[in-house]
Design a protein around this ligand. Structure first.
Ligand code: SF4
Ligand code: SF4
Length: 79
């Protein structure tokens, strides 16, 4: 039987079926001060600066929360 980390299961798997949940993209709100910390932290390369504003590519975001963990203003949030 395959063993799965409890935290991984809760975050990424449907509790009833154990199938992988669809990832919910994070977003960057108007509280962003353009520090750039989240871009360097994102393991998926989903965050980039566009015309002076940081944005998250929803098609790349895997909902890991790393951007929110480093954001000094709380601007990076679950959608
Ligand atoms: S939640 Fe994770 S994958 Fe999505 S943008 Fe933030 S750091 Fe990148
Ligand atoms: S870490 Fe927060 S404040 Fe800094 S660029 Fe990212 S969203 Fe903006």
């Amino acid at each position: 039987m395959r063993r799965i980390c409890y935290a991984y299961r809760r975050k990424y798997l449907n509790s009833q079926t154990n199938e992988r949940k669809a990832a919910m993209a994070y977003v960057i709100t108007d509280d962003c001060i353009q520090c750039g910390a989240c871009e360097a932290e994102c393991p998926e390369g989903a965050i980039s600066e566009v015309d002076g504003l940081y944005v998250i590519d929803a098609s790349k975001c895997q909902d890991c929360g790393a951007c929110a963990d480093v954001c000094p203003t709380g601007a990076a949030q679950p959608a």
